[in-house]
Design a protein around this ligand. Structure first.
Ligand SMILES: [Zn+2]
Length: 71
């Protein structure tokens, strides 16, 4: 399961909490694998690549990014 390509990965930003989630692959709607987006309205979500969403003002979702280690 290695993926070292530079393909931009889609992410979903919860604007209410500034949390970055992964976009569920294959879904047309904004939906994260962890299910957090189920409780949020579309108004509170925006989609971009994860690279664009992750910044000093946002936090990665621990469930969507559990394999990324963290610091
Ligand atoms: Zn998540």
């Amino acid at each position: 399961m290695s993926c070292l390509s530079n393909d931009p990965m889609d992410g979903v930003l919860n604007e209410a909490s500034n949390t970055v989630h992964k976009q569920e692959v294959g879904k047309q709607t904004l939906e994260s694998p962890c299910g957090a987006t189920n409780n949020l309205s579309k108004d509170q979500l925006s989609q971009a690549t994860i690279d664009q969403l992750v910044s000093t003002t946002t936090t990665k979702c621990g469930r969507c990014f559990e394999d990324s280690g963290g610091y």
